[in-house]
Write a protein that binds this ligand. Structure first.
Ligand code: AMP
Length: 449
């Protein structure tokens, strides 16, 4: 399936771009990607567009470049971009700075977790493009500090995800406050279900661009799945990390599991960072910067926190837990094999996750290759043995309640502060005075995120 790899027949100038050409050249973008080839001309012509494209296809520039061309030399907040997460909003803003600075088109991120005042100021001074998460923009609407009456272009980025995350009421409220005569551009990894209904209700006669069937996974990622027990997952993760030096993004299903995996990797001597929704905005920003800059090799994340993370050269995506929603598998695997790079995606499926695996294979219409678990590896063996010992030590004994150190929070207790930062969470291991880590507790599936 062609992503950025297909033969290009047109250049950016032929798509109708002018003002942004110097910045594109400066960025080293040689040719438009397929989504850019197909979305830029109708977007420049002022048409509504639905782009079915996931992260890694160049969709951000596909909507930003036409906006910059249109807003050059004009004053006031004329464009609003809505994105599901703070990280994605910040990345879009970075891309806007990269391509819009020369054309004097400015952007401001209106996101949660940071102060309201600079954002109020951005509305007041009429920054041309506001890039917002729905929750925080609603706060500004409620407080009367948002100014959206001049908005001509609306972008809904990762619309499927915003709806999945329950932002529909906020989106409806925001859209009701925008001028009726506007251009709307909607991007989504899938056009199934709710997002199709939403698009029908809010876009006018849109040009539909679908480059790949919904659910197509990143074409170049080599995918494999390991059928393992829950108790073996940590041993497998450590064994895989030992096999190469690739930068690795590890997904867990819950915040708490992200913290626990982070602590265990740290114990094993890996340099890593952890991001999830309970970590502060500055912690999340620093974690991504450290990962992007190569300071840490491993980033452990939950889906929501990792959504839209744009890090070049992620070599390996590891699904420590399979996602509850099959579409999230597509998003996760899309983190690797981005643009020109190719990468690997490994998933761990315990028996209770086999239904989820079948759901993924149905969606992607492809069987994921079963890989053999490296049970003979020394790291795997010793780690699996350690887990067994800890489990036995923490099993309740008659008359003793829980075993020593086996309190319900396990080694990852205190989530939200320790979070696996090198040197910052060493004390969180607790356990015996001899440095023995506490029991992991159960790695069994949990419901809450
Ligand atoms: P996106 O899908 O918007 O997250 O973009 C994925 C990555 O591809 C980002 O790092 C972009 O800067 C990069 N990119 C976007 N368009 C192009 C292009 N035409 N040529 C090379 N890289 C691109």
């Amino acid at each position: 399936m062609p992503l950025l790899t297909e033969r290009f027949t047109v250049n950016f100038a032929e798509l109708g771009l002018t003002r942004t050409l110097p910045a594109l050249e400066h960025a080293g973008f040689e040719a438009p990607t397929p989504i850019q080839q197909r979305a830029i001309p109708p977007a420049l012509a002022g048409k509504d567009v639905i782009g079915c494209a996931q992260t890694g296809t160049g969709k951000t520039a596909a909507f930003l470049l036409p906006i910059i061309e249109r807003l050059h030399g004009r004053k006031g907040t004329r464009a609003l971009v809505l994105a599901p997460t703070r990280e994605l909003a910040l990345q879009i803003n970075e891309e806007l700075t990269r391509f819009g600075a020369g054309a004097h088109v400015r952007g401001a991120a209106v996101i949660g977790g940071v102060g309201m005042n600079p954002q109020t100021q951005a509305f007041r001074t009429g920054v041309e493009v506001i890039i917002a998460t729905p929750g925080r923009l609603n706060d500004h609407l409620g407080g009367g500090t948002a100014k959206l009456d001049q908005v001509e272009v609306l972008v809904l980025d990762e619309a499927d995800r915003m709806l999945d995350m329950g932002f529909k009421p906020q989106l409806e409220r925001i859209l009701a406050r925008l001028p009726h005569a506007r251009q709307s551009l909607l991007f989504s990894a899938t056009m199934a279900g709710e997002v199709a209904v939403f698009a029908r209700a809010h876009l006018r006669d849109p040009v539909k661009i679908e480059l790949q069937a919904s659910g197509t996974t990143a074409a170049r990622a080599e995918q494999q799945v390991f059928l393992v027990g829950q108790e073996e997952k940590l041993a497998l993760l450590l064994a895989l990390l030992e096999q190469d030096q690739l930068s690795t993004l590890v997904f867990t299903r819950t915040k708490r599991r992200a913290d626990r995996v982070g602590k265990e990797l740290q114990r094993a001597g890996h340099e890593l960072a952890v991001i999830h929704a309970d970590r502060s905005q500055s912690q999340r920003k620093r974690a991504i910067e450290d990962f992007k800059g190569g300071k840490v090799r491993v980033l452990v994340a939950t889906d929501i926190a990792a959504r839209g993370i744009d890090v070049e050269n992620i070599g390996h995506v590891i699904n420590f837990d399979l996602p509850n929603v099959p579409e999230d598998y597509v998003h996760r695997v899309g983190r690797t094999a981005r643009a020109e790079a190719s990468g690997r995606a490994s998933s761990f499926a315990s028996p209770e996750e086999h239904d989820l695996l079948r759901g993924i294979e149905k969606l992607t219409r492809k069987e994921v290759r079963r890989a053999s678990v490296p049970r003979e590896s020394e790291t795997f063996r010793s780690e699996a043995e350690r887990t067994r010992r800890n489990k036995a030590a923490s099993a309740p004994r008659p008359g003793h309640g829980r075993g020593a150190g086996g309190g319900g929070r396990g080694a990852g207790g205190g989530h939200g502060q320790g979070g696996g930062r090198r040197a910052s969470s060493g004390q969180a291991h607790g356990g015996g005075g001899d440095g023995t880590p506490r029991s992991l507790g159960s790695w069994g599936p949990r419901r809450h995120r």
